[in-house]
Design a protein around this ligand. Sequence first.
Ligand code: M6R
Length: 616
Amino acid sequence: MCGIVGYTGPNQAVGYLLEGLKTLEYRGYDSAGVEVVGTDGALHGVKCAGRVSALVERCETANLVGTTGIAHTRWATHGAPTERNSHPHRDCSGRISVVHNGIIENFRELRGYLRRNGHELVSETDSEVIAHLIEDAWEGPSRGDLVGAVRSAVGRLEGSWALAVVCADAPGQIVCARNGSPLVVASTSDGAYAASDVTPLASVTSHVIQLENGQVARLEQTGRVSVFDEHGVEVGAPSSMDIDWDASAATLGGYADFMAKEIAEQPEAIERLLTGRMGSRGVLLDELALSREELAAIDRVYLIACGTSYHVGLIARTLIQTWAHVPVVCDYASEFNYERDVLVTPNTLCVVITQSGETADTLTAARRMRGMGCKVFAITNVLGSTAARESDGVLYVQAGPEVCVASTKAYTAQMVASALLALRLAEARGAMGHEEAERHYRDLCALPDLIREVISRSWQDKRAAAVFRRAHSALFLGRGVNATTAYEGALKLKEISYLHAEAYPAGEMKHGPIALLEPGFPVVAIVPEDRVHDKTVSNIQEVIARGATCVAVATDGDESVASLVEHVLWIPAAPDELLVPIVAVVHLQMLARYVARLRGCDVDKPRNLAKSVTVE
Ligand code: M6R
């Protein structure tokens, strides 16, 4: 979850390192630090608690001069977010410096060992041990060989790591290592670069090398990059990929925050994903990498994900079961990983849904399923992510970089991707004819305009946000597929406005949550025109009868709702009620954003969270 960036080359390092950290800040933002190998042959660094902006301010007076350096933005796992615990961490001599993303599981044992051998550890982090282990190797058999010293150190680690290391006695070099946590490096005519993901590299190159687990890389000032496998043998053709992300896609482009920008980008993202997906013989989804026969044989689908992506899974479950008539299990990855009895058949398809493609729980689940002989298909947004690389097939949702920690455009794009998968399965299994599939495809193609319409009504969300300004809690209700819309709306609200929010299927309210209601208690009900509309209206009546304040998401012209509630967030009628969640949720994204702003919260970087959760 932490962000790492490194540069060695002909230019001063600090400017690029700080710019790189800014683009990676979504990975963690509780403390940050930078270190360069100075022209005087010593390490010079600055660290501080707080955001990258605080580090930038400190660097303005620190005058860090050097053309080789590493930097880090942290999401605390071991030790509070203090200056002492922030990275980079040095060894006892102060000549070796390390930034780390991941968790060293055996760090207690290693700390004991290092202390017994005279090392002085100054932080509470697991990461600091790495600098001291490298020091041991450097002082011993690996003197003068930074790659060897890093290899020796990582040989003693258990857990996950992406590392970048500099040493004052190996000027012009950065050594990187990867196990479990992602790391990409790039060789250019202007030096060599390292980063946790491609975001900071998009401005300097269009081609990156993805380190594999167990690999170590040496970056040199000339721009040369050498990659070594776990035996220390140089890898002839390391795994690489082209980046086709436009670097400007990760900038605000005039919006107040990334959340606003990413909400606005949803129609185009969905259009991109849908373009050219219907052929004369059916839905085109070659990414599945399964023949029609193999698809037809699938008799069970496991959908596994976390957070917002799990909510995509709940919608996907309904779409696949309804359209393709295949039984579907949908589970949180963190729960699935510790379930004893997972019932798979030889023809079970596992689909992992993950915006980042790096969520540790989801990756563990995918590996478990592959270990049981299942084909694994990934729906993800990030090109070349671990989930994409470790799966049998991958569908990129092409939403573009999602920077705001709260997922918006990836959520709606992933639901559309799931719909394509459901249609492909339905056709292959003979559960749906071509004409019917075409009709559903046309319905999907109507979504971008419906979402545009909802976005144009953001003033309704802005007005309704006042209801939540001083609230302590809120209840979200919905039935059927829109119970999931309620879950997602509550998640958005709590993660960016710190307002406690709970979501329930509307019919379940009477079995407990109704006790929460009192005059003024805010309730959000999702009540579109669908088969459960009247039942949900009855639930709204129960809410109103207890004096609660109701905000409803309803279909244009629905007076039965408008006459009951305080505020209506209107949605245009969708061609298929199963697709309503993809439209309705946009109001809840905007509502959460307005509430967060009213409450003075940073919508893009909510406290305690990180965009990509690479620890279990
Ligand atoms: O990258 P992933 O989709 O695997 O991430 C899963 C969750 O961490 C993520 O959806 C999280 O819940 C978001 N912050 C929600 O907005």
